[in-house]
Ligand binder design. Structure first.
Ligand SMILES: Cc1cc2nc3c(=O)[nH]c(=O)nc-3n(C[C@H](O)[C@H](O)[C@H](O)COP(=O)(O)OP(=O)(O)OC[C@H]3O[C@@H](n4cnc5c(N)ncnc54)[C@H](O)[C@@H]3O)c2cc1C
Length: 358
């Protein structure tokens, strides 16, 4: 059994803590947040502000095939994780939709050409005629062009984050209100000056881990949370547009989540009028019944990104760092964590000392 100190209790921190505790390790987690619940003030974990779309195919529009490959693996892993958490309703896999209004067909064709570069054997976008779209999503109206992205999935971020923390059990001690200044091999240096020793130290502080060696930047994302009783939407959808892509994600039968802006800015201040108007106008254009929806929350947060927008995992004896998950954190996290724990041999019960002398 190894002792493990984790800096950061966001998506990666909670997933790691839960998995390591289940593998029998003794885990301590440090985070500046006041407690495990989200604050929705633009300051906490990006993970709480995310849509939770697991869209390897659609993300080929923004990312390399390697990221999509991590995504396909992670979808299978998420299914198992939510089963083990006893929360299967926090995951669904019904595919997702790409939609375009008549005037935006050109923009849609360009996106589809990029998605068409998926390796052979991967699911491909399937065009839907009006009847096929109506059969899948009767609530959608006034949409000229639609494609199904088969096998894509979604998770419910707030529920999964709460379950991972609650079910990590007694193998994990949570230190809330305790920021970490530095993470070194076998050491977590708390901001209050304490130097805490572990067999393994893990740095998953997201943007909080920025340093000369890890030149992270924050990419602002704004979202709208809607109360829309019986909205009828079964799966996530993306509305293509020459200037931006807006997505709408069901959060149970009565709630929808519209997102998200992507702005090269580390501004954590409240959502701008322009973003709110654009997101809500796009959502309303495909689901006219949203006119009577109620706005429950306008949220924003920063996605932690590296210059190449790709994730980075660093393993050395006694130290693991994972960061740069950008807009794909939920899509990639389980596969990245599985690979990292295998590289550290922490999926088993060996300590770093045993590894060093192996
Ligand atoms: C609007 C929006 C929508 C998104 N939608 C999606 C989506 O649909 N699909 C998808 O795959 N991804 C999505 N993402 C991306 C995803 O949320 C991130 O990639 C993911 O949360 C990154 O995980 P992380 O654990 O590295 O960082 P975070 O989740 O940000 O967690 C970092 C943690 O470190 C803590 N921390 C910070 N500083 C310190 C310190 N000094 N000491 C200790 N702890 C510290 C923070 O408090 C936080 O708890 C979205 C993000 C945003 C903002």
């Amino acid at each position: 059994m190894a002792s493990i100190g984790i800096a950061g209790a966001g998506l990666l921190g909670r997933l790691l803590a839960w998995q390591l505790a289940r593998a029998g390790h003794c885990v301590e987690v440090f985070d500046p947040a006041a407690g495990p619940a989200p604050s929705y003030d633009g300051q906490g974990a990006a993970a709480f502000s995310a849509a939770g779309m697991l869209s390897p195919l659609a993300e080929l529009d923004h990312a390399e095939a390697g990221i999509a490959a991590l995504g396909w693996r992670s979808i299978a892993l998420w299914r198992d994780i939510v089963e083990q958490l006893g929360a299967p309703e926090s995951f669904s896999q019904r595919g997702s939709l790409l939609l375009a209004h008549r005037s935006d067909r050109g923009a849609a064709e360009r996106v589809l050409a990029r998605l068409g570069r998926a390796p052979a054997g991967w699911p491909q976008a399937q065009p839907l005629d009006a009847a096929a779209l109506r059969a899948l999503e009767p609530a959608l109206q006034g949409v000229a062009h639609a494609w199904l992205l088969p096998d894509e999935a979604q998770v419910q971020p707030p529920a999964v984050l709460a379950q991972l923390q609650a079910q990590a059990g007694e193998g994990v001690r949570w230190h809330w209100g305790r920021p970490v200044a530095q993470v070194l091999p076998g050491q977590v240096l708390a901001a209050d000056g304490a130097a805490l020793r572990f067999d393994w130290a893990i740095d998953v502080r997201g943007l909080g881990a920025r340093s000369a060696a890890l030149p992270l930047r924050g990419v602002r994302g704004e979202t709208v949370w809607l109360h829309a009783p019986a909205h009828g939407l079964q799966r996530p959808l993306r509305l293509l547009h020459p200037r931006h892509t807006v997505y709408l994600v069901p959060r149970g039968p009565d709630r929808l989540f519209a997102g998200a802006s992507e702005i090269e800015s580390e501004d954590r201040s409240p959502v701008s009028l322009r973003s709110a108007v654009e997101l809500m106008a796009a959502a309303h254009s495909v689901l006219p019944d949203l006119a009577e929806a109620r706005i429950e929350r306008l949220d924003r947060n920063l996605r932690p990104a590296l210059p190449d927008n790709a994730p980075r995992t660093e393993v050395q004896p006694g130290l693991l760092r994972i960061n740069g998950l950008f807009r794909h954190g939920w899509l990639m996290a389980p596969a990245l964590v599985a690979d990292a724990l295998a590289a550290c041999a922490l999926a088993s019960r060996k300590t770093s000392k045993e590894l060093l002398h192996a």
